[in-house]
Each structure stands twice: as C-alpha cells, then as structure tokens.
Design a protein around this ligand. Structure first.
Ligand SMILES: C[S@@+](CC[C@H](N)C(=O)[O-])C[C@H]1O[C@@H](n2cnc3c(N)ncnc32)[C@H](O)[C@@H]1O
Length: 204
C-alpha cells in the first residue's frame, strides 16, 4: 500500500542532519537511560515516522518498533529497507525490528529494558507550530484517544523504566501516577517512570 501521507527517510533532511550529530546528551537518550557501556533493549510502542526509534538505534540500542496503522507500518518497513541499502545507515537500521500490531496487546508479552511511548499529542491551539510531517501523520492515523490506557498497560508490564514523551505544558492523561522525574525542553517533556529502586540509572 502506498500512502499520500508522511514519508519517512532516515538519510536526509532535518532528521538526517540530527541523526548524524546527536550525542548522549540528547534528552531522549538521557530519558531512556542510554549508556555506551550497556546497549539497551527498547520497545518503541508508538512507531509513527520512526524518527525516535532511529535515534535510539543510532545510540546502540536494539529497538523493537510497534505501529498499528497499516499504512504507517508499511511506510516504516519501506524506509528501513532503504536504510539497510545505505552504507552509512545499514548498521543502525539492522538494530531495528518493526512489528505491526497494537502495543496494548503486544507489550504484555515483550521483554525489554525500556518501554518508550510517544502517542499523538492533544492538538495544539497554534496549529502553525505543528511540523508538517506530524500534521500529515495525524491525517493518516488520527488522534490516539487510548494513549492513557496504553501508558497504564506499559506501567503494569514495566520492564523497569517507561518513558512517555508529552507536550511540556499539557496534562498527562487522567489516572496516571506521578512520573519519577521529567526532562523538559521548551515544547516537550519526557516523563520517566522508574519501577524499581535498582532500575536503570541515568548516565549523565
Ligand atoms: C506521535 S506518533 C510517534 C512518532 C514517533 N515517536 C517518531 O519519532 O516518529 C504516534 C504513532 O503511534 C501510533 N500508535 C498509537 N497508539 C498505538 C498503539 N496502541 N499501538 C501501536 N501504535 C500506536 C500511531 O498510529 C502513530 O503512528
């Protein structure tokens, strides 16, 4: 299936630039507890354009990427196949496995160090601030009104750490516990839920 919606390209554009220059200080990597000495096994439960998954894999992590939209799953598979043919990206792409399905089901049976969740966020009032690929993605997949349920399931089956990416100023879905801590940027926050005292420590 081909889609008129967003295209994913791990090699070029703003994302390619960012992937080539990111460091361990990238907030996403700090939030998941990335460590050069101990590569993580991460489930990215909300595949989307695969950008976060690619950054995580570029840091050395093994990433299982789950997407429920058939159109976006097909697009992710295509983009990964392209990346595997690119000599600069093949090693990173080989660390990513894409699954088609609903993470609310799949997370119950997957073992990992971290569950990472970045659902479609509540619509912003200033829609001009929403980046084009995200706007197109919303046209294809819609909203994610069940994101609270997904986060609850992730916490129940938590491997030790659950990281939720959410707008800096929006409230998390109702019924969730307070995060253990948050890493904030101007527009985004990473809410980190650490389940056990001996869970992964942040590598600063
Ligand atoms: C905001 S996008 C994720 C963007 C992604 N982090 C990136 O870097 O490109 C959210 C995606 O998660 C998917 N999604 C939401 N809930 C899901 C679920 N329960 N299972 C699988 N995919 C889900 C949506 O279809 C959408 O494509």
């Amino acid at each position: 299936m081909t889609i008129a919606g967003p295209k994913t390209d791990f090699a070029s554009g703003r994302f390619g630039y960012r992937a080539a220059r990111f460091g361990q200080s990238e907030p996403l990597l700090r939030a998941v507890g990335s460590s050069k000495s101990r590569p993580l096994n991460i489930v990215d439960a909300t595949g989307g354009l695969g950008h976060d998954a690619f950054l995580l894999a570029a840091s050395g992590a093994q990433v299982t990427l789950i997407e429920r939209s058939p159109a976006m799953f097909t697009e992710l598979e295509r983009a990964l196949a392209d990346a595997l043919q690119n000599e600069d990206l093949a090693e990173i792409a080989a660390r990513i496995t894409v699954l088609h399905g609903d993470s609310r089901d799949l997370l119950r049976d997957i073992k990992a160090d971290v569950f990472y969740i970045d659902p479609m966020h509540p619509e912003r009032k200033k829609s001009a601030l929403v980046k084009e690929p995200m706007r197109l993605l919303r046209e294809v997949v819609g909203a994610d009104p069940d994101s609270g349920e997904l986060i609850q399931i992730a916490l129940q089956h938590s491997p030790g750490r659950v990281v939720v990416k959410w707008p800096a100023k929006a409230a998390l879905p109702d019924g969730l516990p307070q995060p253990s801590y948050e890493l904030k940027s101007r527009t985004t926050r990473y809410c980190v839920f650490v389940a056990a005292p001996n869970a992964l420590k942040i590598d600063r």
